[in-house]
Design a protein around this ligand. Sequence first.
Ligand code: ZN
Length: 264
Amino acid sequence: MNFSLTVLGTGGSAGLPQIGGADGAGDWGACDPAEPRNRRSRASVVIGAPEGNLLVDTGPEIRLQLTSQRIARIDAVLFTHAHADHIAGFDEIRILNRLLGAPMPAYADAACWAELHQRFDYAFKPWSGNGFFRPVLAERVVAAGQIVPILGLPVQLLDQDHGFMRSLGLRIGNLAYCTDVVRFAPEAFAALRGVQTLVIDCFTRGGPHPTHAHLAQVLEWVEALRPARTILTHMGPDMDFRSLCDALPAGIEPGYDGMVIEGV
Ligand SMILES: [Zn+2]
């Protein structure tokens, strides 16, 4: 399978720096402001598939993320879940519609679609076919456990426990993208066996978190799955890039905005 993965954003729900800080220029937590890879927008990726670009989630920085990565066209969108940091850029889909010249094929599970309909009701009114003045989606309802063909790739959807809700993980060939997960259902964890590149939620170096994996948990998963390469994402303010690079075992690294993984 030949595809690429561009990591658009690796931040937690508030991004980094968070709004605030002594001088108002941002609160970096334990992260070094001088390290550019500590500047993290909200979690999202683009999968460069054989038949186009699949955007996973539309966070609030999606316009800045796509322009800074020079991605000029999206051919399909998949939503992992309906938290604001994953959907707040939903309106930008109208620009992606204009570039595509068609309703945007979009994949989400039933719970996520219900939330999207409620929050963005205007986007789901009948479309006249006359221009894209609001997002227009070609809705595809999918479910965890399915393998869905998207843009020429078999995308296996994984059931993830995200604390107070479920989220979808993705496995494509030997790569998995699992953001916003605190625990895996046994079937989902079994479906991760054999993964060689694991992009995984790791919000904190501290103790357990109610909705996100913490570092000790990620290390346990890696011990069980033994992927060749593990890349951390959805990182919170205690996840300083350099000190993580120094502390993590071989094969595990913090991701950063703009990271590209080719030829997966
Ligand atoms: Zn979330």
